[in-house]
Design a protein around this ligand. Structure first.
Ligand SMILES: Cc1cc2nc3c(=O)[nH]c(=O)nc-3n(C[C@H](O)[C@H](O)[C@H](O)COP(=O)(O)OP(=O)(O)OC[C@H]3O[C@@H](n4cnc5c(N)ncnc54)[C@H](O)[C@@H]3O)c2cc1C
Length: 495
């Protein structure tokens, strides 16, 4: 996810939340989410009650880690199978890129409206770093080829505020947890967000601003975004809070710490972790399931949780086969991490948060909140068409092309460049995309199937959480939810 244009314009105009209010909000959210977790209900004491029922969880990203942790806590014999040599999936923290700095190569920003993240942070003693918008600096914005002056940014904010309030009103009656149950669900799902934008009585600049924001955020052209999917996200994030609160923290020391903590808690509780183990086949026969790895190892169990991105499912043979329409869309997102000598934008009176509707999309200071004046990282986050463009640049020209695009926002960038790392997640065979955004029609066709599962095959992953689709929060929520559904099915937990 990227920084939100409207979000930061709006937050800048809001009174600051003081530390006490934020602490109270944190405690309330953590208490609420703890109740959603099986491991928050004393299940560890019932570890033998399942009579050795076995579950294989495929995929050790946040969703698979939580599912494995929670099912183990409920007493199941759980094996977590992960193809990489590490857990975390699309969460990958670098401590070796910019000296003395922690940089996120994948999932980065956390919301104060993300209750599962908050609950786990509380459980494992992780801290959040506040993201604070500079009060005086200019936010560099280039839309439709022109750099906006301050009064144009103000006018854009007023128009976007009115337009997105209409989206909030449409989202109000939506069932964010199961949006296919909402009134007029099918019609809203078949409508694209582009259709909604086209009917807005706003300027072309405002439409370009909304398009730039939602396409970079969700990684797909507006024509390929279900309006119902956007409404469920907005409702899930708390309507107006969706815009202001979804990207306000980073995890101090890096998000990877949560993967490590979940992994350690799972194995300490007796769970089995198989790293470097890629699943090739999943065969269901009656009451049993066999999971076969690429090295031929067979793992027999009663239930399987598939917590891998849908874009990778075609590398697994399923018997019985998955329904062909069960193919949730992932958007296309990349990050270009640019190591620079220092926070040079400050001297120029600029904020690091920039936006273009060209190839690089958003920029931000990935070292924001990390103390000291040392080196920094100016990240460029691209989505949809922008991401396809930067992925197409020849490797030998990539750094120069990126610098030319950055220069449209930050004229002094050339002299500051030290090194770069390009995070091309769509080219990674274990991801093959950025993160999910349902295409028109997909909430009502795929949503109920992702929830009900496919026989003894159950689904988890950010694509299963419509209220927080695409976010780390969605992955965490889906892992807890699938564990609970299995435990309820088996009579271990109450529905
Ligand atoms: C560029 C980018 C920026 C992002 N920014 C943010 C952000 O700021 N805030 C936010 O909340 N979210 C962000 N996200 C999204 C967030 O990272 C994801 O939503 C979340 O991490 C997904 O978790 P997951 O467990 O569903 O899937 P994954 O993390 O993808 O985990 C799936 C796991 O399955 C494994 N796997 C795949 N196939 C197999 C197989 N056959 N056998 C065994 N294992 C297999 C993979 O190796 C992987 O570890 C971003 C993502 C990207 C790509």
């Amino acid at each position: 996810m990227s920084r939100s244009l409207y979000g930061w314009m709006k937050r800048r105009r809001m009174p600051r939340i003081d530390a006490l209010t934020r602490r109270q909000l944190l405690e309330r959210s953590a208490a609420g989410a703890a109740a959603l977790l099986l491991s928050g209900c004393g299940f560890l004491g019932r570890a033998d009650s399942r009579g050795g029922r076995r579950i294989v969880v495929v995929g050790g990203g946040f969703a698979g880690l939580v599912a494995a942790h929670e099912l183990r806590a409920a007493g199941y014999a759980v094996t977590l199978v992960e193809a990489r040599s590490r857990t975390g999936g699309r969460v990958l923290t670098f401590g070796d890129f910019v000296p003395g700095r922690v940089i996120e190569g994948g999932g980065e920003l956390i919301g104060s409206n993300h209750p599962h993240w908050i609950a786990w942070a509380e459980r494992f003693g992780l801290e959040f770093l506040d993201i604070v918008e500079p009060e005086e600096a200019e936010f560099p914005i280039v839309l439709r080829g022109e750099r906006l002056a301050a009064d144009a940014v103000d006018a854009l904010y007023e128009e976007m505020d009115a337009a997105l309030s209409q989206l909030n009103a449409l989202a109000e009656p939506i069932d964010a947890d199961a949006p296919w149950r909402s009134a007029d669900a099918r019609a809203l799902d078949l409508r694209s967000t582009a259709d909604w934008v086209a009917e807005l009585a706003v300027s072309e600049l405002c439409k370009a601003g909304i398009r730039a924001q939602l396409e970079a955020d969700n990684g797909a052209p507006l024509e390929r975004q279900s309006l119902l999917a956007n409404l469920a996200q907005v409702k899930g994030g708390g309507l107006d809070r969706y815009w202001t609160d979804s990207e306000v923290w980073r995890c101090k020391g890096g998000n990877q710490q949560l993967a490590t903590a979940l992994q350690q808690a799972f194995t300490a509780a007796g769970g089995t972790l198989r790293l470097g183990a890629r699943v090739q086949r999943i065969d269901q026969t009656g009451a049993a399931v066999r999971v076969t790895l690429t090295d031929g190892t067979a793992l027999d169990c009663e239930d399987v949780v598939l917590a891998t991105p849908p874009t990778t499912w075609d590398a697994i043979e399923f018997a019985p086969a998955l329904p062909p329409e069960l193919a949730p869309q992932l958007g296309v997102n990349t990050k270009y991490l640019m190591h620079v000598k220092g926070r040079f934008w400050e001297a120029a009176g600029l904020a690091a948060d920039g936006l273009t509707d060209g190839p690089i999309g958003w920029t931000w200071d990935a070292t924001h909140g990390q103390a000291g004046d040392g080196p920094a990282c100016l990240t460029a986050f691209s989505g949809a068409r922008g991401a396809e463009t930067v992925r197409g640049w020849p490797v030998a020209e990539r750094d120069a092309r990126f610098r030319a695009e950055y220069a449209r926002l930050f004229p002094d960038v050339d002299a500051q460049f030290v090194a770069a790392r390009f995070m091309d997640w769509p080219s990674d065979p274990l991801t093959r995309g950025g993160y999910s955004i349902p295409a028109p029609g997909q909430i009502t066709t795929c949503g109920p199937q992702l929830r009900s599962g496919h026989g003894r095959l159950h689904f988890a992953g950010e694509h299963c959480s419509h209220a927080f689709v695409g976010y780390m929060e969605g992955a965490l929520e889906s892992g807890a939810a699938v564990a609970k559904r299995i435990a309820v099915k088996d009579g271990v937990a109450q529905g």
